[in-house]
Write a protein that binds this ligand. Structure first.
Ligand code: NDP
Length: 285
């Protein structure tokens, strides 16, 4: 007897500009192949003026969800039907999830970071120093606040962006936030538990770029995390390990946000090691 077959795959994808540089499709499809999932991830170059049509297209074609990257993370919200808790506070979405006939916006950047963090430390009650106040910083800070960290010091070069994030945290979350305008080498205060680089300093090809940070103030036992996914061990991570800190890489954050997105879309827990291996094959060989 012939076995019933379907030639209709489940569709997900990504809308961004600069899509050719985004490795997410390779990472996600490696996971789909490994788990035998009949899901395709379509990486799409979408200009800002076409974003509404792209979302309507995804809806019309029955996509179960999509990622949004630069420059659509805020603009996409007006095309969605609702927001998850942290995405609503951040005002930014990087992952839309179909629920019935609706698309709900989530933000998996901060959640991916948190997954890495909780594997080494319970954030509740901890004191955090975070460099940067852009999109990644915003996502991480809000998730840290929802995970009940006690305090977040935002260290940012530009006062205005830093203050906007600090005000958001103080007004919309229980965490106590303050701003340090970044001038000269920053000394991490004693009593800090977690240090996060959420700036783009250290991103490939600027392999030896250094944060303006007095690394003698990184103390053994501190957790030091970096958002930089390429190279796998940016300078801050190398310095932190040499100082006896527990280091968390941006590569792990990138993989984890992918794992969380696939769980939202398919309900399947995929193996992060498969995605790590695919990124290593692409970037590190
Ligand atoms: P944004 O442009 O929104 O923000 C960049 C931040 O970095 C700002 O706070 C900016 O400060 C600061 N910054 C940049 N260059 C310098 C410098 N030379 N000195 C001091 N501060 C600097 O970018 P995103 O937040 O979207 O992305 C930041 C990084 O996070 C990127 O490298 C991106 O690849 C990475 N990322 C990693 C993810 C992962 O899964 N691993 C997920 C998302 C992002 P100012 O406000 O003063 O300009």
């Amino acid at each position: 007897m012939a076995v019933a077959r379907s030639f209709l795959s489940t569709l997900v994808g990504s809308f961004s500009q600069g899509a050719a540089d985004n490795p997410t499709v390779a990472m996600e499809e490696a996971a789909f192949r490994h788990h035998g999932l009949d899901v395709r991830y379509i990486n799409c170059e979408v200009a800002p003026e076409d974003l509404g049509d792209a979302v309507r297209g995804a809806r019309a074609m029955g996509w179960v969800g999509f990622n949004c990257s630069m420059p659509h993370k805020v603009a996409v919200i007006e095309h969605l039907d609702g927001l998850g808790e942290s995405a609503a506070i951040m005002g930014a979405v990087n992952c839309a999830v179909r629920q019935g006939d609706t698309f709900i916006g989530e933000n998996t950047d901060g959640k991916g970071f948190l997954t890495s963090l909780v594997s080494v430390v319970d954030p509740a009650g901890k004191r955090v120093v975070m460099f940067g106040a852009g999109g990644a910083a915003r996502a991480i800070a809000v998730e840290l606040a929802l995970a009940k960290v006690a305090a977040i010091t935002v260290v940012n070069r530009g006062r205005e962006r830093g203050q906007t994030l600090v005000d958001l945290l103080n007004q919309r979350t229980e965490a106590k936030a303050d701003l340090v305008v970044w001038e000269g080498d920053y000394a991490v205060p004693e009593g800090t538990d977690i240090v996060v680089n959420a700036t783009s300093i250290g991103l490939y090809p600027d392999l030896d770029a250094r944060l303006a940070l007095d690394i003698s103030t990184l103390r053994p036992g501190m957790v030091v995390a970096d958002v930089i996914a390429n190279p796998p061990k940016p300078r801050l991570i190398r310095d932190a390990e040499a100082r006896g800190c527990q280091a968390i890489t941006g590569r792990g954050m990138l993989v984890n946000q992918g794992v969380i997105g696939i769980k939202y879309w398919t309900g399947v827990d995929v193996d992060p090691d498969v995605m790590q291996a695919e990124l290593a094959r692409i970037f590190d060989t």
